[in-house]
Design a protein. Structure first.
Length: 216
């Protein structure tokens, strides 16, 4: 299961049929754009891990939708919590060390980044296109980077789920992250937006710089 959907399942742990979680509630916990959360929930509902119910508000209009884990979803959550014998950082370090010894590690890293993007983000059919910065922030939030949009429009990554491997092999790991963002923008309809990730640009943060065609 992609890490982004794992975070959605974890966020639903405290909710049940009597008190389901709304999209707004989950977005407060997960961050990012509501459409991103909707897409993950739709997939989890299709997989039988999450149930969707209408919440009667006592007012006119369409009732809000609530979500909670099914019995199967709780079994999956329990398995995810206890069956992680190898940390993600250790696994990525091993992969980066292997790629660093190939003839063209950058090409390989970008190929992996594009594949990673398909697991972390799924365009919602019929959803309105989001601004590129919202797409990037939503993806980075679900991937565990704690992004923050700076006054100059750059996005600071204040945490990294694979920090040790990124420090040891930035040319591979950070290139992979950059290509993940580029591929996600392509899939969201913002292929004209250029993205550049600057590893360890300042103390405690990497930076993502976005530029539109008009700005170049």
């Amino acid at each position: 299961m992609p890490p982004a959907r794992e975070r959605v399942i974890e966020a639903l742990a405290g909710y049940g049929p009597e008190r389901p979680a709304t999209i707004g509630t989950l977005v407060e916990v997960l961050g990012g754009h509501p459409n991103t959360t909707r897409a993950h929930l739709a997939r989890l509902v299709d997989d039988g891990l999450v149930a969707r119910t209408a919440i009667e508000a006592g007012t006119r209009g369409r009732p809000a939708l609530g979500h909670h884990l099914t019995d199967r979803g709780r079994l999956v959550l329990e398995a995810l919590r206890v069956s992680r014998p190898v940390s993600t950082d250790e696994l990525v370090t091993a992969m980066a060390e292997h790629l660093a010894e190939t003839s063209d590690p950058e090409v390989q890293a970008r190929a992996i980044g594009r594949r990673w993007a398909t697991q972390l983000s799924e365009p919602s059919p019929g959803a309105r296109p989001m601004p590129p910065v919202d797409v990037v922030v939503g993806l980075l939030t679900t991937a565990g980077f704690s992004p923050q949009v700076e006054p100059d429009g750059q996005v600071a990554l204040r945490t990294c789920p694979v920090l040790s491997s990124a420090r040891a092999h930035p040319g591979v790991v950070c290139t992979m992250h950059e290509e993940m963002l580029r591929a996600t923008l392509d899939r969201s309809g913002a292929a004209d937006t250029e993205v550049h990730l600057v590893p360890f640009a300042r103390e405690g943060a990497c930076l993502v710089r976005l530029s539109s065609p008009a700005a170049r």
